[in-house]
Design a protein around this ligand. Structure first.
Ligand code: GAL
Length: 657
């Protein structure tokens, strides 16, 4: 027996969503789209079907994303998310049987590069409801022998992108594809046939398993995370005491949810409405994660409408979304519980709401994230959350009438505007994301001999690459996506410097400005909170712990100090900096500044001025008594002298950061 939980949402305390404590650091924060819904100009099984669809609307130009890719990546980046799920349009890559379109492939390759340059990790879906017309004419998923064509495409695009794309979804929502296309007849091919449903369901699972096995054997296969995306639609008996309602719920739940999940676990699949189960070669364990798309629950009676346009039953206290089904965030937890037996990491690959006027979306976002955070706190292995969708788009049989976007799209002018729901999501995301790192990289290596007298120290190579690259590697591993490198006045030395997977911005000084002057000079590029690092020190500490101290202390700045150092240069007590003394002459010094701090931009704005000035000598005395101290004895490595540089080299040879 199951329980249909309902919460008193008005009494739920959402505060941890925005103070950055509800989710673990490293949580995958994302937004999702699908090729046919946004790209525009596609010719595939869907574009062929559209004139016959319920809305009869044509996808046409959609969001014109094919031409607006770079601009749209800006929109993703502006939300502060770290991950983006999109799908790859097979019909573009193989428009005719046997013809590979290298230009289209290049487009996706550039998409990936542009995402990575913004520090956004791509997640690619290989089948999201659409495929080429020629393949559809061969019978699509209805014929087992067609699967190989799709596998060939998957392998080819995987080989092209898997050096940069680590996250892959094989098939999006096989249960939705089969039930909408072959039971309800609302998706192509628009038929109602249980026989064909069974064939398609079986072949989709075979295709998923074959795809997983094929990709795993390719170069980069083993390090890639490849998984199936399952829509979990909950079914609850309308009257719980009525055995017929109960039976119906159980039946639909079995057909829509359980049989698919069970196949991944047992290796056998009994397709919906089928009487027997089939062994699917390779399907057992064929997912490195399980993608969960969750939208709602449906209340069952034996006389449920089989047409989407008839309003489903809802509970009296529930609110209908524009899709007419209710907002039911409690069900997301039940969806997690349904898949937890797979013992796989769970990723919410889609969750969102059709809400034209955006009056429900902020609350929808809060509720579903609250449920997710609570599930994680209870020990469920939920790794990420992708909001559906980045922007309003072509919602299949509903055409453009259902708006799921965090950004509003005006389909006439193609203008995108952030909605309140988008702001809400971005606020929650950014409170949990690692802040920007700001690296002071202008210092010259004057004490390191002639080789570096005129080069910034941060560019000196240690163990095969500049120290700056090692610093960025560490920041990236800690979850930072954005870096601002203050290059001093010798900026040209940094020309051509790149760091994959992070957005790295360089900012120069007209003339040497000192540590404080450099920050003031870059004030337009500083985020509200940033992690301040020195470009010639490697300090591999756990940033999450530092941020936690900072958040708890609510201080304008939190400085990392070590107590195990030969010299001391500060005095701290009760977690607060009392005095800073670079000359080490003060009495009672008990710590040493280790070189990683968290700073609120307001500090720069209050104490900054133009011209040359020193950060330590101005800000530390002014804030004495207010700077929070984070104690961490992790050794830090500097390269102030040739001896220390040699020690760092030795350390890096021995360790992989
Ligand atoms: C999912 C589908 C998406 C999107 C969403 C909203 O089933 O994967 O493409 O349309 O529903 O209804």
């Amino acid at each position: 027996m199951w329980t249909e939980e309902h919460r008193e949402w008005a009494t739920v305390d959402y505060s941890s969503l925005k103070d950055g404590t509800a989710f673990p650091k490293g949580f995958m924060w994302g937004v999702a789209t699908a090729s046919h819904q946004i790209e525009g100009g596609n010719t595939n099984n869907w574009s062929e079907f559209e004139p016959r669809s319920k809305s009869q609307q044509l996808s046409g130009l959609a969001c014109d994303h094919w031409n607006k890719r770079t601009e749209d990546i800006e929109l993703i980046s502006a939300l502060g998310v770290s991950h983006y799920r999109f799908s790859i349009e097979w019909s573009r890559l193989v428009p005719e049987q046997g013809r590979w379109d290298a230009q289209a492939a290049q487009w996706y390759s550039e998409l990936v590069d542009e995402l990575l340059a913004k520090g956004i990790q791509p997640m690619a879906t290989l089948h999201h409801f659409t495929h080429p017309v020629w393949w559809d004419e061969l019978g699509g998923f209805e014929r087992t022998e067609n699967i190989q064509h799709w596998i060939d495409f998957c392998v080819r695009i995987f080989d092209l992108l898997s050096d940069r794309v680590e996250w892959w979804c094989t098939i999006n929502e096989p249960a939705v594809y089969t039930s909408m296309g072959y039971v309800l007849g609302e998706f192509p091919p628009g038929v109602r046939s249980f026989k064909r449903t069974r064939a398609v369901a079986l072949n989709m699972m075979r295709a998923h398993a074959q795809c997983y096995r094929a990709l795993k054997q390719r170069p980069f296969g083993r390090r890639s995370h490849i998984g199936l995306v399952k829509n979990i639609n909950l079914f609850d008996p309308y009257r719980r005491w009525n055995p017929l309602h109960w039976l119906q719920a159980k039946l639909l739940d079995g057909m829509f949810n359980r049989c698919w999940i069970k196949a991944l676990k047992t290796g056998r699949f009994r397709p919906p409405s089928g009487l027997r189960s089939y062994k699917i070669p390779g399907i057992k364990g064929s997912s490195d994660f399980i993608g969960v798309n969750y939208y709602t629950h449906l209340l069952t009676t034996p006389f449920m409408p089989t047409k989407v346009e008839i309003d489903p039953l809802i509970r009296p206290w529930e609110t209908r979304t524009d899709f007419r089904y209710p907002m039911y965030a409690e069900g997301l937890r039940r969806a997690f519980d349904m898949v937890k037996g797979l013992n796989l990491p769970i990723i919410v690959t889609e969750n969102g709401v059709a809400d034209d006027d955006d009056d429900m979306r902020p609350e929808h976002v809060r509720r579903h994230l609250q449920v997710t955070a609570e599930a994680i706190a209870d020990g469920l292995d939920v790794r990420g959350f992708y909001h559906w969708s980045l922007m309003d788009n072509f919602e299949w049989a509903e055409g453009y009438d259902q708006r799921f976007g965090l950004y509003h799209v005006d389909f006439e002018s193609q203008e995108r505007t952030l909605k309140d729901g988008g702001k809400e999501y971005a606020e929650i995301v950014t409170s949990h994301r690692m802040p920007q790192v700001v690296i002071m990289a202008g210092g010259l290596g004057t004490r390191l001999g002639s080789m570096t007298e005129k080069t910034p120290k941060s560019l000196i190579e240690v163990n095969g690459k500049p120290i700056l690259s090692h610093i960025l590697d560490w920041a990236q591993a800690q979850g930072c996506l954005n870096a601002l490198v203050l290059t001093g006045h010798l900026a040209e030395h940094f020309d051509g410097f790149t760091h994959s997977g992070m957005a790295v911005k360089f900012h120069r000084e007209p003339s040497p400005l000192g540590t404080g002057g450099a920050l003031w000079n870059a004030k337009e590029h500083l985020e509200e909170r940033f992690i301040l690092l020195w470009g010639d020190d490697l300090h591999p500490i756990d940033y999450a712990g530092l941020i936690e101290t900072h958040q708890k202390g609510e201080a304008p700045m939190t400085m990392c100090a070590t107590e195990s150092h030969t010299e001391m240069n500060l005095r701290h007590q009760n977690g607060v900096l009392e005095a800073y003394d670079k000359t080490s002459t003060l009495e009672g010094l008990n710590g040493y500044e280790a070189g990683t701090s968290v700073v609120e931009k307001s500090v720069v704005m209050e104490h900054g001025k133009s011209g040359v000035w020193s950060w330590e000598q101005t800000v530390y005395p002014a804030l004495a008594g207010r700077i929070q101290i984070h104690l961490d004895d992790t050794p830090f490595w500097d390269m102030g002298t040739p001896e220390r540089l040699a020690l760092l080299e030795e350390f890096l040879k021995k360790t992989t950061l």
